[in-house]
Each structure stands twice: as C-alpha cells, then as structure tokens.
Design a protein around this ligand. Structure first.
Ligand SMILES: [Zn+2]
Length: 228
C-alpha cells in the first residue's frame, strides 16, 4: 500500500507515473500445479469483515473500474507485493478491517490485502484469494495482494525472516495459479503490467511508491531460484 504521506502517497499524485505497457507477446501461461504437489507455508487466519455489503461494494467497484460486476477473484494472473507503511501488524490490520471510504480516492469498499507478512515471518491471511481485494489500482480484478509490515523495500529485503516467509508465500501462490515469475510485481510496477486496465481516466497513471523495479528484480531472482 505505502502512502508516502500518512495514508496518502503516490496515489494522490496522478501525474508523473509513466506508462510502459509491454508490447511483447505474452508467454504461454504455466500450467497450474496440482494441489497435492504444493505445500503451503504456515498461514494464520485473521479474516477482516467481508460480508454482504462489502461484497456488493466490491462488485460495484469492479464494474466502475474494470467493467466486470463481480466480487470474486478467479484465476488470478498477477501477484502484487506491497509494504504497509506501518511498524506493526496490528496497525496494518486496523487499516484494512473497516469497510470505509479510503482517504485517497474516497471510494468503497475499504482497501485491503489478501495477506500480510509480519516482521517475524508470520503470514496472516485477511481475505480468501477467491475474493477481490482493493490493493492496486488497475489490477485488482486479477491480482493477489501481499502486504509486508514495514516502511521501505530495503528493510524487507534485508530482513531474513520476513523475506523468506514472503518468498515461500509468493512461491506457493504463483505455483498454485500458474503465474510466471515476471507477473510477480511490486506495486510501483503496476502501470507496466500487461494486465493493467482502468476505466476511470484520471486513475490510469496512478500507482504507489512501494516495491520499485530494482528491488523487485532482486526479489524475483530469489523467487525464481525457489522454482515450484
Ligand atoms: Zn501498495
């Protein structure tokens, strides 16, 4: 998520984020691994409220932004890595749990992430991956969102326990859904994703500061080495 100024960050700065859509043809989607072949890392369930109202609001959001009226996330093509801008999981949870308008875009439903990786390596699941979650403008219709408790890319890359947990979680998810390593991206790379789409014109160049390309190149190299 990472808002540069309290909750606000790059999201408020609608200019200055270049769009570099890939022109190259897509690689063939990898076959998803069979469930019995995959061992998930330990995951602690800490669900945020996601009842009928939030689901209706999510479907309305998806209709406005993507032209698809559903709150479901099916066959995700992208994993987006974030950091929370907070120092603790508790503060991150408190940010995602309420279903309220966000201070940046003033939209409903409330923002969220599917997972949060804490600094001690604990992985929390806030939202099932079968539900759409508001974490990345332009990609929510097809992206799983993973947050990391922290305030910089470097802090997380330099934290062995947190990084190892993050890599194991991402490996499991991408292998489960057949997502190529190159579609594991940082929030700051969102505009360059070939899956990026946004119907609301003022938001088409909107992204955030968290997880820039150089840092994600390091992350992806580690992830690639893990294989499936
Ligand atoms: Zn983010």
């Amino acid at each position: 998520m990472r808002r540069g100024f309290a909750f606000l960050g790059c999201l408020g700065a609608l200019a200055g984020c270049g769009t570099t859509h890939h022109a190259s043809p897509r690689e063939v989607r990898l076959p998803a691994a069979r469930p019995h072949e995959l061992t998930p890392p330990p995951i602690v369930a800490r669900p945020i409220p996601f009842g009928a109202r939030r689901r209706r609001e999510t479907a309305a959001y998806a209709e406005r932004h993507y032209g698809v009226s559903t709150y479901r996330l099916s066959a995700p093509h992208v994993v987006v890595e974030h950091y929370t801008g907070t120092g603790t999981f508790a503060r991150a949870y408190a940010m995602f749990a309420p279903d309220r308008r966000d201070p940046e875009l003033h939209e409903l439903p409330g923002i969220c992430a599917h997972f949060v990786v804490d600094r001690d390596g604990t992985i929390y699941r806030l939202v099932p991956v079968s539900l759409m979650c508001r974490h990345t403008v332009g990609l929510n219709y097809t992206a799983i969102g993973i947050e990391h408790v922290g305030t910089t890319d470097a802090q997380i890359l330099g934290d062995r326990r947190q990084l190892d947990a993050s890599l194991e979680l991402t490996r499991w998810l991408r292998c489960r859904f057949g997502i190529p390593v190159r579609d594991v991206i940082g929030h700051n790379e969102s505009l360059a994703s070939p899956y990026h789409r946004e119907r609301v014109a003022p938001l088409r160049r909107q992204t955030h500061e968290d997880w820039k390309r150089a840092d994600m190149d390091v992350y992806r190299a580690r992830l690639r080495r893990l294989g499936c």
